[in-house]
Design a protein around this ligand. Sequence first.
Ligand code: 4AD
Length: 458
Amino acid sequence: EDKSLPTPIRIKLDDTDPEKIQLGDGAEKKGTRVRVFGRVHRERRQKEVMFVTLRDGYGFMQVILQGDLAKTYDALTLTRETSMEILGELREVPAGAHAPNNRELHADYYVIHAGGKAAGGDDAITNRVSKDTEHATLLDLRHLTLRGENASKVMIVRDAVEFAFNTVYKELRMRKVSPPALVQTQVEGGATLFKFQYYTEEAYLTQSSQLYLETCLPSMGDVYCIEKSFRAEKSLTRRHLSEYSHIEAELDFITFDDLLNHLEHVMCRVLEVTMSDPTIKQYILDLNPEFQMPERPFKRMKYSEAIDWLVEHNIPNEEGHPHKFGDDIAEAAERRMTDIINRPIFLTHFPTEIKAFYMQRDPQDPRVTESVDCLMPGVGEIVGGSMRMYDYEELMAAFAREGIDPKPYYWYTDQRKYGSSPHGGYGLGLERFLAWLCKQHTVRDCCLYPRYFGRCKP
Ligand code: 4AD
């Protein structure tokens, strides 16, 4: 350390200290002295002046260090990500210059508290993560990439969207419950079950909370949950995670049409509530400049119509043949169709054989179920839902057809014994919803620390 360099004099901080503000705030504070805390997001030097962009998760602020403040040892060796406390006066930026929120802080004092200095040299954050770093490395360094502007905006939008779902469900008088994650029943097929040893028994990580939500209807009315679901997906795609946030709802005494109308309302209202916060709206537009509210009503298309559409458009099935009734519409074909149609689609009435055991058959056409997938451009399926089989005998026959032992499901089948009702529900993948809203290439960038085939760290 060069002792000849000037050091700022520590001002005693007491009740006369200027007000502490967060970096996105203070629009009305121009001309006043404030105190801010944050990390160095960017810094650049111009002769005697240093421009520091500070970040605190609530916004960014340009700080100007000049005179002796720019010449201290700490200023000359300032590294990105260093935590700082800065006092100074907030001023409008000069005409022609640009800074976040059109104001800048003219510092008269700053301090880097013990431990606040970030590594420099080879270990500097800019040498570890940059635009050219491979995606897998960026995911290994997720704890650092989360500090980037895009990653943090997606996470902040995610928080707002989750809050909006809670708000909208409360508007609809729906009640939130918290079903267990450790279970002994499957919902969406044995192939993607994560099994583990639960003391002396075998158990699974839940694939969906649906069956538990159904058990709440008789005592709580319409219910929802926002919980993790787990799927041992063995393929690497841009929309499959092993652990994802599942927003699920179950509604009592409804028709299939009620279910579709409810779903459309919830999705649109969640977008409205989310976009009503100007900061969040700006973040969404930064990430997805072409974003527009979806047009209502959503396009409704039966599975059989989709098969015809795929044949007409020469989009083959997974074996390379024209699609035929009964085929699963694979991810690639589904996405091409959604991208060409380019608006949200409710794809309905899937054949019984390709859907889960619990789905109610269509009374008009028993080959198909009262089921729906909601498809969004760029991502494809983001919601799966259906009416539930509510007749006891029919449900038992479905277990037999699928070769599932009904015994562990006694608590589920009992619902059909004690006052069954026409009911239905759905599950929405939060990461897929965000990938669509924030125009992210993969759901992996829409969760904090993604888990997928081959990755369980950091
Ligand atoms: O279509 P799925 O499998 O439906 C169910 O689990 C129903 N039991 C839900 C219900 O009716 N309560 O999954 C629902 C949604 C999908 O549309 C998708 O958005 C998401 O969950 N999803 C996944 N998201 C990320 N990674 C995965 N591996 C996912 N699997 C499903």
